[in-house]
Design a binder for this molecule. Structure first.
Ligand SMILES: [Zn+2]
Length: 282
């Protein structure tokens, strides 16, 4: 019984590790290292181990570890105001931009401002709740404006800018469309990151996730797997509603915890999808 639980716990840890990797790959400053640390090293030794890592980092880089963390967050945290990066036009040297992209004097497409706040770019309020239809409408409008076909006869700089803006608009749209991505992005805008200790996780959460994992592992009927998937979809739907309330009331710690949980639920959904796919293949 005990070793069985240990195995399941290991499986849970692997999944949490995957979530952490995903976050890192997205260039996300939200740290989930506390999750994996919780799993991989005994709690009593965790602090010491972290201490060693930190001090070696300090020596290697010749800077304070805390500074490194701050730098990383700053790197990924977009500015709340995009006006600073929107300097004079590279062509006519005048100021002023339409939709952050086009010079209002000469109409030339400006260089991409990668630091732009995605909400500003899509002309939306910096808020978790948004109208998906409105987001999609704005996205299409902007994509039409910078579509590379429209710049094929223009100077190289405008051609390149058109491709760059197009990619950025896609990225902004993708980020804001998915509630979990949007939530993480909003946290980053507010300079928030995942807490470095284990306080964000409670036993209840871990047990709940372990049981869910177990249920998926042990279920071999297509209908039952789909039922679990539907239940998760419902939980995610409710989660979006709660997230909206948490962001509105500035309960950011609760929003963070909920985001971790939702990311986990999405990863379980992916497992179910893979399992169903395998059943179909065999
Ligand atoms: Zn100009």
């Amino acid at each position: 019984m005990l070793s069985n639980s240990a195995l399941k716990f290991q499986s849970l840890c692997r999944r949490l590790h995957t979530i952490r990797l995903e976050l890192n790959n997205n260039g996300d400053s939200l740290r989930l290292s506390s999750l994996t640390r919780f799993c991989l090293v005994p709690k009593s030794g965790a602090d010491n181990k972290e201490g060693v890592v930190k001090s070696s980092k300090t020596t290697a880089l010749g800077v304070n570890a805390k500074y490194v963390v701050t730098q990383q967050i700053r790197k990924y945290a977009p500015t709340t105001s995009s006006t600073n990066a929107e300097s004079a036009c590279w062509n006519c040297k005048q100021g002023g931009r339409k939709n952050h992209m086009i010079c209002t004097s000469c109409g030339y497409l400006q260089d991409v401002n990668a630091e732009i706040n995605y909400f500003d770019l899509l002309d939306l309020q910096n808020s978790f709740s948004l109208q998906q239809q409105e987001l999609t409408r704005r996205f299409r409008q902007l994509q039409t404006l910078v579509h590379p076909d429209k710049f094929s006869n223009k100077v190289t700089r405008e051609q390149n800018n058109s491709a760059d803006w197009s990619a950025l608009i896609n990225k902004a749209y993708k980020t804001l469309s998915a509630p979990v991505e949007r939530g993480q992005y909003l946290l980053r805008l507010q300079g928030e990151h995942m807490p470095q200790d284990n306080s964000a996780l409670n036993t209840e959460f871990l047990m709940e996730m372990m049981e869910l994992n177990e249920k998926v592992d042990e279920t071999n009927s297509r209908e039952s797997l789909q039922q679990i998937n539907n239940d998760i979809a419902q939980q995610l739907k409710e989660g979006v509603q709660v997230l909206s309330e948490k962001f509105d009331s500035k309960a950011l710690n609760e929003a963070k915890f909920l985001l971790v949980k939702m990311k986990y639920l999405i990863s379980v959904q992916n497992s179910i999808k893979n399992k169903l796919q395998k059943m179909e293949d065999s």
